[in-house]
Design a protein around this ligand. Structure first.
Ligand SMILES: [Cu+2]
Length: 270
């Protein structure tokens, strides 16, 4: 049987990479303009381009944005995302430069060997190795460490999330679609599912982790500050998939545990 987190590591990395590539393709170069890194560009055309970035960048903030991290795992993912955006931007610039040079070359022949082995294989391979190493390093940092961190449960079923966490008297209580955790402390989520594969995701706290029937994945997270964090199922799991939203309530651990009565699962319910 796979060790806890083994399967999840691959899931996290795959999602991080795919999300990064997709968002990089969608936002570059507009993101750089709006973040003021290439403000030497002058002229009305560039102003129009910068203005066009505004609606795109509106998606960079908000409760479900990976670019508004509120915990160490989410910060690592955001850092990887920015690294991939910058890297893909530089490679795009390189390819466009080579394309321009080829068009201006007027048919003069050059050695193909250096291009194929140097740029085609060497450069591409180096970029992929660096990105793979970076994503593995970040994925490793997200694994549960086997220490005495608080453990909570997340059980996915069509179409709700059932959470288990310490209640006001310290005993475990089950809630539906709301998870209560102390802010500023690392905690591990034991994630599993009842029927089909779902995926636990709180974008502001960390990456995605699959919820698999008959298997338990551990996911280490932390919320830096008290607040309300939005979560959702990130794996299409059937016709009610869009209903599988949930809330993470991070409370001040120096104060009382909040009242959970509105979210408790009735004992009469199967
Ligand atoms: Cu789903």
């Amino acid at each position: 049987m796979a060790r806890d987190g083994d399967l999840g590591l691959g899931v996290v990395e795959g999602d991080v990479l795919l999300d990064g590539v997709g968002k990089a393709a969608a936002l570059f170069p507009a993101a750089f303009l709006a973040h003021g890194r290439f403000l030497w560009l002058k002229g009305h055309g560039h102003k129009a381009l910068a203005l066009s970035a505004v609606p795109l960048l509106a998606g960079c903030d908000g409760a479900l944005s990976t670019l508004a991290p509120s915990g160490p795992a989410a910060r690592d993912i955001a850092m990887l995302w920015w690294a991939m955006l910058i890297g893909s931007g530089l490679i795009t610039a390189l390819v466009l430069g080579l394309l321009t040079a080829a068009v201006r070359n007027n048919g003069a022949r050059r050695s193909e060997r250096g291009w194929i082995w140097g740029w085609g294989l060497g450069f591409t391979g180096a970029v992929l190795v660096v990105l793979l190493g970076f994503s593995l390093w970040i994925g490793e940092r997200m694994l549960a460490r086997g220490d005495d961190a608080l453990r909570v449960g997340a059980h996915a079923a069509q179409w709700e999330w059932r959470f288990t966490q310490p209640g006001p008297d310290g005993l475990p209580v089950q809630t539906v679609d709301t998870l209560y955790i102390p802010a500023g402390e690392s905690f591990d989520v034991e994630i599993t599912a009842q029927d089909v594969i779902h995926s636990f995701w709180v974008p502001q706290l960390g990456g995605k982790m699959d919820a698999i029937p008959g298997h338990q994945n551990l996911h280490r997270l932390r919320a830096d500050t008290p607040g309300i964090y939005e979560g959702l199922c990130a794996e299409f799991c059937g016709i009610g998939h869009s209903f599988m939203r949930f809330t993470v309530v991070a409370y001040d651990p120096t104060g009382p545990i909040p009242d959970m009565s509105a979210d408790l699962i009735p004992e009469t319910r199967p």
